[in-house]
Design a protein around this ligand. Structure first.
Ligand code: PAF
Length: 326
């Protein structure tokens, strides 16, 4: 008889501890990105968030902040580094300011096509750079994708590099892009993405360059007449986690997070494929005049001399190693 109350108390205490543990372990992580929830970044981020919730029995979940709600990509990377934001799904546009090794991927006309780019990012070259993020207080979970960038503007069709000459184009805050675009005769104007729509609307810049999923989801057809499928540079993206969160994860949870990011990459890339396949017709319907057969050689010829500078900065052997991936 005397044992019973003791057992009851013990059971009660254990039950309360379990409940408190379960409640205490519920962590909601903030993930930010620049485009809409329906866009490629939203699709990838949702797959990631669903997978970590499932894999940790809801001990971890996400609150998503699309549409630059937490700021531009540079600001978000900074916040993840500081630990005031948990996650970002971002292009490499501003990443080179934190991890210089990533800048090599921003060289115009480095990648032949999606297959080539994805093989490099998922292979030893890309994975080495992904690991380098750790040395800068950032945990790179997986390369996702923004896509090949194309030019839009409000002034005239761009068919060859000579047509680009003199156009004031918003670029990412990325020195490699800017150096490359100058060789096309463009006047690059770096600007955080949250300011771009208004700048295009007000004519502060003539144009911008972004992948089809961004042109679609950001409704640039409302403020840009001409789209040229230049595919002048591949824009990788990456899911980055704050080391504050990473250091608290068990090994099993770390695997859940990296597997979730790998699944996000697959979904995000599929959305890029789908938008590339269907988005051009949509943009035409919305009134854009699209040059689907630009003179790519004229752009490649224009940028060729800049490769000597890129080789000095990154190493000719490193550039050649990327180009050699089949
Ligand atoms: O142009 C940019 O800044 C980027 O491509 C964007 C739209 C923020 C997506 O990564």
């Amino acid at each position: 008889m005397t044992v019973r109350p003791a057992l009851t108390h013990a059971a009660l205490a254990a039950g309360l501890a379990l409940l408190a543990g379960a409640a205490g372990a519920q962590t909601v992580l903030k993930i930010g990105y620049s485009t809409t929830k329906e866009s490629h970044y939203g699709v990838g981020s949702t797959v990631f968030c669903d997978a970590i919730a499932k894999g940790t029995a809801n001990r971890y979940s996400c609150q998503q902040f699309p549409n630059n709600a937490l700021g531009g990509e540079r600001e978000m990377i900074e916040a993840v580094q500081l630990g005031t934001q948990d996650l970002v799904n971002t292009s490499t546009g501003p990443l080179g300011n934190f991890v210089p090794e990533s800048k090599i991927f921003d060289i115009p006309f480095l990648f032949r096509n999606y297959d080539h780019a994805r093989k490099v990012m998922d292979g030893p070259i890309g994975q080495d750079v992904l690991k380098k993020l750790q040395t800068k207080g950032l945990i790179g979970l997986a390369w996702t994708e923004n896509g090949f960038r194309h030019m839009t503007n409000s002034k005239r069709p761009i068919h060859a590099a000579s047509d680009a000459s003199g156009l004031k184009i918003r670029t990412m805050e990325n020195k490699v892009h800017m150096a490359g675009y100058k060789t096309f005769g463009l006047l690059p104007t770096p600007m955080p993405f949250p300011e771009v729509f208004t700048a295009l609307q007000q004519g502060t810049v003539d144009g911008q360059e972004n992948p089809i999923p961004v042109i679609l989801s950001s409704k640039f057809s409302q403020v840009q007449k001409h789209l040229s499928l230049t595919g002048h540079v591949y824009s990788p993206a990456v899911i980055i986690l704050s080391p504050n969160v990473w250091s608290k994860l068990s090994d099993a949870d770390k695997k859940v997070f990296t597997d979730a990011a790998a699944a996000a990459a697959v979904a995000q890339r599929k959305k890029v494929n789908d938008d590339e396949a269907n988005g051009i017709a949509q943009l035409k319907k919305e009134g854009m005049l699209v040059d689907e057969k630009v003179d790519g050689d004229s752009f490649r010829k224009a940028v060729a001399p800049a490769y000597a500078e890129f080789a000095k900065e990154f190493g000719a052997d490193k550039i050649a190693a990327i180009q050699a991936v089949k």
